[in-house]
Design a binder for this molecule. Sequence first.
Ligand code: HMH
Length: 204
Amino acid sequence: MGVADLPQRCPDLWLRATRHEFLDAVRDGTLPEAAFDRWLTQDYRFVALLLRFQARLLARSPRPAQSVLAGGVVALVDELAWFERQAQARGLDLAVAELPATAAYARLLERLDAVEFPVAVTALWALERVYLDAWSHAAPGAPAYREFVEHWTTPAFAAYVTGLEQAADAALRDIPEPADLDASFRQVVEAEVSFWDMAWTHQG
Ligand code: HMH
């Protein structure tokens, strides 16, 4: 199997993560600004955590996976600067407390430090693939949010997600069917659903 087959093993969950009401509202322009700003400030926190997780994953990555993971680390540093510019333009304070869904996602990333590399890199691929599919669903986006939709649907981002998929598939060839692959994948997708729920309804 390839990791690209994992979403169809839990299609309902995958749809909840990639076709969330938050994304419908980004597309049709009905998203309240407060919900969007909550997403933005929490995602800034998330990206900061993801950068550190990915640096730890890079440190233990096999030779063939190093290039895509190192490129991703650099991209995440740039990503933080992009969030800082967006927040400044919107007059947002980025020094907000982590909401529960963000804190729970942080704990999941820490747990992934303890799983074998092929499972952890599959989780990283899943986390990015959800984002690509979710924002593609929101495309082209209402004018107020279009820049964000474009940011998360660029060909460069899609190519990065494909690179992670190839790294995950290659790593999994060494361990045919790891027991916790499905569980970690599901936990990532559930964390993504909770993240949208948090932004959308302030729950989670
Ligand atoms: C919650 N998942 C979440 N935020 C992100 N920025 C990404 C994935 C992709 O980097």
